[in-house]
Design a protein around this ligand. Structure first.
Ligand code: SF4
Length: 182
């Protein structure tokens, strides 16, 4: 029996993201069936795998806003041959990074103590919760990143072109018509 060609293994995660980049990934619609002919998924929000194992491609949505984000990102970098920052949050911090100009303590007080309806409450401090960072960081400030796919989110057609290029061993390119930042 002929050896079955090994499938490319892909992991994805959302750090300080909104899952919009993952939703845009699903917007490739019926091409998902073609994708599944070529790849198998490791840890992603679409599978029940808890930790990223050895992979060919890691796709990261979202910036780094807390200790758990940094931990997951480092696990991806250690296990993925190629790491892709997908979407503006992973690439620049994007909207979540608007909090970078606000003192974190003031931010927490406003949300948990002063916001109407939260009087008498407290700032969550259970050790189970990941410690927030003072700022939201783009992922390249924490680990080395191999490719950046812009957009908020990148359009499905851009994701499809980019991924199929990578999977088929070509230098990934979206071309001007698929490149956007919004
Ligand atoms: S880049 Fe846009 S769509 Fe993607 S995670 Fe960030 S906010 Fe959501």
């Amino acid at each position: 029996m002929a050896d079955e060609k090994r499938k490319i293994r892909i992991a994805t995660c959302s750090l300080a993201g909104c899952f919009g980049c993952h939703t845009s990934m699903l917007d490739i619609d019926e091409r998902l069936f073609d994708l599944l002919e070529m790849v198998e998924f490791d840890r992603t929000p679409f599978t029940d795998i808890k930790h990223c194992g050895p992979c060919d491609i890691g796709i990261v949505e979202g910036g780094v806003s807390n200790a758990e984000n940094a931990h997951v990102l480092k696990e991806f970098r250690e296990n993925c041959k190629v790491l892709v920052a997908i979407g503006s949050c992973a690439i620049t911090g994007n909207v979540p990074a608007l909090r970078n100009n606000i003192d974190l303590w003031n931010c927490f007080q406003e949300v948990y103590l002063y916001d109407p309806g939260t009087e008498g409450k407290q700032i969550p401090n259970d050790p189970e919760l990941p410690l927030p960072f003072d700022k939201v960081y783009p992922i390249y400030e924490v680990v080395k990143v191999d490719y950046f796919l812009h957009g908020c989110p990148p359009p499905a057609n851009a994701i499809w072109k980019f991924l199929t290029d990578l999977i088929q061993g070509r230098q990934p390119e979206t071309g001007h018509e698929l490149l956007r930042y919004d």
